[in-house]
Design a protein around this ligand. Structure first.
Ligand SMILES: Cc1cc2nc3c(=O)[nH]c(=O)nc-3n(C[C@H](O)[C@H](O)[C@H](O)COP(=O)(O)OP(=O)(O)OC[C@H]3O[C@@H](n4cnc5c(N)ncnc54)[C@H](O)[C@@H]3O)c2cc1C
Length: 373
């Protein structure tokens, strides 16, 4: 009899881990509190940036390269668009520490990139306005992921390999004993498994209370604008971007629907206890500030927000994920801290290896739950 593994939470990390484990012959049950694809995940909202220019640390580079190859493989095998290879343009003052860091990390890892001085930046990307002493660093491995399609494709792979993925099954508690793990659903039903993977995003602290004090849930707003000339913002002429000017930090993606362009920045919300505290919409002053700054920095986007949505992710203080075993039979993959989607393939594979005891492909000690002990 193969070992039974229950994966709790089928966002990116859980779906990928479920697929990997099922492909290795384990009996996998995936339990998702919501529909199998929904609008309330940390993945929701049309697009996620993939950057190889990673100022978060050089140790992410091997994980990024593995993930990028996996996204392209998934896209090709599934025959649907998951990754737009637009590149990612970082724009900031030549003297700003993050611009030096981005260049250093790309050069250090030997990753393909171009450095554009202010004149070249103006000439090639006239969409970016109000340039002062800013330079651009174009990360040629970067691009834009389609998260809903990606998760749907990963779940298709998981089901093909035999995983039993169940929507609308909220897990209320897990208890480990000498023989396995008991998983209690909110409906009152109980399931047993040899091992459990907790990938339930913002609720993972509720299922693993020892980790709860080390994580906080932060809202992130997304905003879209409707340009008069969408052709100026098509993926072949307008790379995804991150721009820092003074204390304004904006990020965005080209138009993926030929109509709206995503551009915005974190609206600096405070931590919330759970989803019920997530604001339903931006406060008028935040809306005004984002629209004003985006219009000033990307002149072809009008000073009005055409679409907005509010989401949240769960963060650690060091903004590194929590990935590893918390006990003999329980593995956790959570707290991707606002930058985890691009790395889902590497994180999902690592979770599968933690379950089976296979050697890890990378040194993940900096992500270990043991760092909080
Ligand atoms: C607005 C926004 C923008 C972002 N931009 C980027 C970006 O550009 N690039 C990037 O790489 N990353 C980005 N991130 C971060 C990235 O999207 C997240 O880190 C990642 O998607 C988190 O994945 P997850 O699997 O942990 O959580 P989720 O995707 O939220 O998945 C968790 C799943 O568990 C389910 N669940 C919860 N509780 C239970 C339960 N009790 N029982 C069963 N199921 C349960 C949930 O319904 C959910 O489906 C962004 C995040 C946000 C919010």
């Amino acid at each position: 009899m193969p070992e039974t593994v229950i994966v709790i939470g089928l966002g990116g990390a859980g779906s990928f881990a479920a697929a990997k484990l099922a492909e290795q012959g384990l009996a996998v049950i995936g339990l998702e509190a919501d529909d199998l694809i929904h609008t309330r995940g940390a993945y929701s909202g049309e697009s996620r940036l993939f950057r190889a220019a990673y100022h978060e640390g050089a140790d992410y580079v091997p994980l990024l390269l593995e993930s990028r190859a996996a996204w392209l493989e998934l896209e090709q095998a599934g025959g649907r668009r998951l990754f737009h290879e637009t590149g990612v343009l970082s724009i900031g003052s030549a003297a700003a520490p993050q611009m030096e860091q981005v260049q250093r990390s790309l050069a250090h890892a030997g990753l393909a990139h171009e450095v554009l001085d202010t004149e070249e930046l103006r000439r090639r990307y006239p969409q970016h306005s109000d340039l002062t002493d800013e330079i651009g660093v174009l990360d040629l491995l970067g691009g834009v992921l389609r998260p809903e399609a990606a998760i749907s494709e990963i779940q298709r792979r998981a089901r093909l390999a035999g995983a039993d993925l169940r929507g609308n099954q909220r897990v209320a508690a897990i208890d480990e004993d000498a023989h396995g793990v008991r998983v209690r659903l909110a409906s009152g039903e109980e399931l047993r498994a040899d091992r459990v993977v907790v990938t339930s995003g913002i609720t993972s602290g509720g299922l693993l209370p020892d980790l709860a004090p080390h994580m906080q849930i932060l809202p992130i707003a997304l905003t879209w604008f409707c340009p008069e000339n969408p052709a100026d913002f098509a993926p072949d002429v307008f790379p995804a971007f991150i721009r820092d000017q003074g204390d304004v930090h904006i990020f965005g993606a080209p138009t993926l629907d030929g109509s709206l362009v995503k551009a915005g920045y974190d609206a600096r919300f405070g931590a919330i206890a759970d989803r019920s505290e997530l604001p339903r919409e931006l406060a008028p002053e935040d809306r005004h500030r984002i629209a004003r700054d985006v219009h000033r920095l990307v002149g072809g986007l009008p000073p009005h927000i055409a679409r907005e949505s509010l989401h949240c992710d769960i963060f650690t203080a060091d903004k590194r994920p929590i990935l590893g075993r918390v006990s003999e039979r329980i593995v956790v993959g959570t707290a991707f801290s606002g930058h985890g989607f691009k790395l889902i393939p590497a994180y999902g594979s690592a979770l599968a290896a933690f379950v089976t005891g296979a050697p890890q492909a990378h040194d993940l000690s900096a992500f270990s739950p043991a760092r909080f002990a």
